[in-house]
Design a binder for this molecule. Structure first.
Ligand SMILES: C[S@@+](CC[C@H](N)C(=O)[O-])C[C@H]1O[C@@H](n2cnc3c(N)ncnc32)[C@H](O)[C@@H]1O
Ligand code: SF4
Length: 407
């Protein structure tokens, strides 16, 4: 079941933005996110805004690219009306759901609309997420031809019983195959892994890490399994059929990931992300973490421009109805006040390897830094140089660090 939308102000039907969003816009990059809200089946742990064929209530996958392209045009009109400077897309990211369930020609048409409307910066990262089940060499070649530069595969684990608990449908032996095809097509490769699945041992996780490293991806994300409210996994845990992920074990698994990935030449640059070099970090995600502007196209997609944040109606049928009527699909929005912007900057920037300048903190937070150093959550030497960088222990307790900085 997809999660609920936040509660905030209604958004106007014309989508027009309030004044002030263009202030300092030239100092911020502009990224484009395109959400593709379709999956063949829902994995038991996932609450992303995605729908199987049985859940589409009349919306049709084959109509989706046209609707998304209509939102690109609307977005351009809204940005122009707000006096934003013309900025080419610094990054483009197709996420889901499973974007590669759409034919490559649809993804190419959507990317083409972004290019025709805003332009795409030279050398920009253009990524699509993909389920290993949903691509073959021909599809990947067509994506490269269309201008994609990178593919992010949902590998999750290499161990069959872990994949079964996660209700993943792909065969783990297919992952090296699709990674090889992506390389052959000239695409950079990222792999998503999940750790802490009930029943997963340290040895299972080592097997998955080694399998991922053996494929030599350019980039890796490793996420602690979160039991999302309303998912099938949450119900299984409530009924006692599946054990709750264990916090201490998850910490051990994270430490193992950190040491194995470092030994294999991957540097952490965000709590859950590692890359083979600085160039191979995810520029698109860095745009989110650094508070740049982005427009999220599609059902349930979130956008942020100059301190105004909004999100679209969630269901593909509701989205189709809004777009077909010529209305903005935005469901709600909020204007972030300076205190909230500060809090979010702390929340996001402290998770980055580059850290957060101590001078960017309010006085009470600066005082908290001494306690965080004493508790070995923040690196003492980096703090002396004026930056908050988390230690390994700090990364494990990143949420607690943020609480101490903002309370
Ligand atoms: C939209 S999905 C990726 C693309 C594709 N749909 C797939 O699953 O292969 C993004 C990633 O979020 C992660 N993810 C989703 N739900 C999660 C959860 N409850 N806990 C931890 N990670 C999760 C998974 O690693 C997944 O690959
Ligand atoms: S394939 Fe990806 S988006 Fe779809 S349900 Fe599974 S994890 Fe979620």
């Amino acid at each position: 079941m997809p999660s609920a939308l936040p509660i905030a102000d209604p958004a106007p039907l014309d989508g027009l933005l309030p004044g002030g969003v263009a202030d300092d816009a030239a100092s911020r990059d502009f990224g484009v996110y395109l959400h593709v809200p379709f999956c063949r089946a829902r994995c038991g742990y996932c609450d992303f805004n995605t729908y199987t064929n049985q859940e589409l209530r009349g919306a049709r996958r084959q109509d989706y690219a046209t609707q998304a392209i209509a939102e690109v045009r609307l977005a351009n009109a809204v940005l122009r009306a707000a006096d934003l400077p013309e900025r080419p897309a610094a990054t483009v990211f197709f996420g889901g759901g499973t974007p590669t369930l759409l034919p490559a020609s649809d993804l190419a048409a959507m990317l083409g609309a972004v290019r025709d409307t805003w332009g795409i910066a030279a050398g920009a990262e253009v990524t699509t997420e993909a389920n290993p089940d949903s691509v073959d060499l021909e599809h990947l070649l067509a994506l490269r031809e269309a201008g994609f530069t990178r593919v992010s595969f949902g590998m999750q684990s290499a161990v069959p019983h872990v994949l079964a608990t996660l209700e993943r449908t792909h065969d783990p032996e297919r992952v090296p195959l699709v990674v090889g095809w992506a390389r052959e097509a000239g695409l950079e490769v990222s792999l998503d892994l999940i750790y802490g699945t009930p029943g997963e041992s340290l040895q299972d996780w080592a097997t998955s890490l080694d399998a991922a490293i053996a494929m030599a991806p350019d980039h890796l994300s490793a996420y602690a399994l979160i039991v999302e409210v309303g998912t099938k996994l949450a119900a299984q845990i409530r009924r006692g059929e599946v054990a709750m992920p264990d916090d201490d074990l998850q910490a051990d698994l994270y430490e193992l990931a950190d040491s194995r990935l470092a030994a294999a030449g991957y540097d952490w640059y965000e709590v859950s992300n590692w890359a083979r070099s600085e160039r191979l970090r995810s520029d698109h995600n860095l745009g989110y973490w650094l508070g740049h502007d982005w427009w999220g196209i599609g059902p349930g997609a979130h956008s942020h421009v100059g301190g105004v944040r909004w999100w679209n109606v969630k269901h593909p049928a509701a989205y189709a109805a809004r777009i077909t009527a010529g209305h903005s699909p935005a469901a709600g929005r909020e204007t972030l006040d300076p205190a909230t912007r500060q809090l979010e900057a702390v929340l996001l920037r402290t998770r980055l390897r580059e850290g957060m300048p101590i001078t960017g903190l309010v006085a009470s937070a600066r005082i908290a830094v001494a306690g965080l150093i004493a508790d070995e959550l923040v690196d003492a030497r980096e703090a002396l140089r004026g930056t908050i960088v988390l230690t390994l222990r700090g990364r494990l307790l990143a949420d607690a660090v943020v609480r101490r900085l903002v309370e």
